[in-house]
Write a protein of this length. Structure first.
Length: 536
């Protein structure tokens, strides 16, 4: 049998993970942060999670139910499992506060999120648990009412809408001009141009050789820049379309995937441009934030976030994971999970251990553990973990707006959440301090919009004699921001542009930040507005 470098590395990493378990006998798991990729779906733009994807997510949820609750899929409990978290309901019943869940409102990611939670908290007959007195299901007339859906559990999740304050913690790479600029710059690097040239003949041959490719793409689309779209279309349809599966052999699909992985790593590599990892920078702040809440207050015991593959590439980059295993250069499988476990030793000292399970079925009931930030030990002391994350993370909305370059853009391009940190907002504060009533500015701009005219000096004069010609130059922008930021809302007593509740109290220290802007959901039937455009 031919031994490849990849298979050897995988074997070594698996053995390393197995050895690490025996080395950690004196440690107990007290909390966990799980970041998972969505599962099998349609080709983009995907609107549904396939039945395969839903079942695989459910199975992954069962894996973590066994790991942290000690409960098998047949609902038998094994108290000897060393990774059981003390404090979690020992019957596997959802208890508010024991787990924190978050996902963007994008369909496939959201549905994957719920499917995982259905496996983590499957239907259970609550009448047979210690949670509820069975007499509560009996009515006064003697009849008994059973729970619907065989005891389906409604797990609370915070669902984040696009371009809102808390959305950045899970999808900080979206709506970010600096990231888009960094990608364009990455596409001009020597490595990128080298890959473009080397892949050209192969990608063009796909158009010539495969009718499916000709049906889906123009010949001009067969480029390295577009290889992720090509791979996604071929891979998804090779799973669900027998005609496509018959056209493409495994070797061809593997070659397309190889080029797609090279593309995705090139636009995620911190050594090319650190702005390529903004999504990971915000997510890692959330990891520290949530684990610290567990460390200091005892809850939540579990955190589960769901996202997409591009964030995993970015995480691999900022955490220096490819230095530990070259498979972090590769596309993570559907349903894979990055896990940050909080451990405590007999002296009550806390540590963090990172582990990776690449898909639903990899390694069975185990997963691989790796050192973070080029360390040599898979266990990292809590303070060291915090210091390392602080050096690579974005820790508040203002910093994100600055990192994404919104302080450098014209006012009409500023998204609402970044308005309070814009130069024009600061100008509004200065005008207020100079005695200018900004409400008057808004009234004048409203009149200007109604007439369809530009702001005149006469209008500007109505603001007050103390306004100079220099102020006139920013009035239009201030008015535009008022219209953009406060449209549909009533005037407040304050003449200054309002900040959101979440923005009012940024905390640099890793303490809990309750989600202020997310919509609270108690089941998969909830309806959400807005849209996301992330890689899935």
């Amino acid at each position: 049998m031919k031994i490849t470098l990849f298979s050897l590395a995988l074997a070594i990493s698996t053995a390393f993970a197995a050895d690490s378990t025996s080395d950690n006998d004196d440690y107990k798991v007290i909390g966990s942060f799980i970041f998972g990729r969505h599962n099998d779906r349609q080709s983009k733009p995907a609107k549904i999670l396939t039945s395969i994807g839903a079942n695989n997510q459910y199975t992954t949820g069962q894996f973590y139910r066994k790991r942290y609750f000690g409960i098998y899929p047949n609902e038998t409990r094994d108290d000897s499992i060393e990774t059981i978290i003390d404090g979690l309901n020992d019957e596997g019943v959802f208890v508010d506060g024991e787990i924190y869940c978050e996902a963007p409102s994008s369909n496939v990611i959201l549905f994957s999120h719920y499917s995982f939670l259905q496996g983590l908290y499957p239907p259970i007959d609550i009448e047979d648990t210690d949670m509820v007195d069975s007499t509560l299901s009996e009515l006064a007339n003697g009849s008994v009412v059973e729970n619907p859906l065989d005891g389906y559990q409604y797990v609370k999740s915070y669902i984040q809408e696009n371009a809102t304050d808390d959305y950045i913690w899970i999808k900080g790479d979206e709506n970010c001009p600096s990231l888009n600029k960094a990608i364009k710059e990455a596409e001009q690097t020597e490595t990128y141009l080298k890959y473009t040239n080397e892949s050209s003949a192969f990608l063009k041959s796909l158009y010539t050789d495969y009718s499916f490719i000709r049906e889906q793409f123009d010949e001009s689309d067969m480029t390295f820049t577009n290889v992720m779209s090509i791979y996604d279309e071929v891979y998804v349809n090779s799973i669900h379309n027998s005609t496509v599966a018959a056209q493409f052999d495994k070797g061809t699909i593997a070659t397309i995937k190889m080029w797609a992985e090279k593309y995705q790593w090139t636009i995620s590599d911190k050594s090319v441009n650190y702005n390529l990892t903004i999504g990971a920078q915000t997510l890692m702040h959330r990891v520290v934030n949530k684990l610290n809440t567990t460390r200091t207050t005892g809850k939540p015991f579990l955190n589960y976030f769901t996202g997409s593959y591009n964030n995993m590439f970015q995480l691999a980059s900022v955490l220096d994971l490819p230095e530990q295993d070259e498979r972090f250069y590769l596309m993570p499988e559907y349903g894979c999970t990055y896990v940050f476990e909080l451990l405590e030793d007999s002296s009550n000292k806390t540590f963090v251990k990172f582990s990776f399970k690449n898909g639903t079925y990899e390694l069975g009931d185990e997963f691989s553990s790796y050192p973070l930030f080029n360390a040599t030990d898979i266990l990292m002391a809590w303070d060291d973990f915090v210091d390392n994350v602080k050096s690579i993370s974005v820790n508040n909305v203002e910093s994100w707006c600055e990192a994404c370059g919104y302080d450098e853009y014209d006012y009409e391009y500023i998204i609402d959440m970044c308005v309070p940190y814009s130069p024009l907002y600061e100008a509004a504060v200065e005008l207020e301090e100079d005695g200018i009533d900004i409400d008057d500015v808004e009234d004048i701009v409203d009149k200007m919009h109604a007439k369809g005219d530009d702001l005149s000096l006469a209008d500007a004069g109505g603001i007050g004699a103390g306004v100079t010609l220099g102020v006139v130059g920013i009035i239009g922008g201030l008015g535009y921001l008022f219209f953009k930021y406060t449209k549909g809302s009533k005037k407040t007593d304050s003449p200054v542009l309002p900040m959101s509740n979440a923005d009012a109290a940024h905390l640099d220290d890793p303490v809990d930040e309750d989600v202020a802007s997310g919509k609270l959901s108690f089941g998969a039937s909830s309806v959400f507005t807005g849209a996301t455009h992330s890689p899935q």
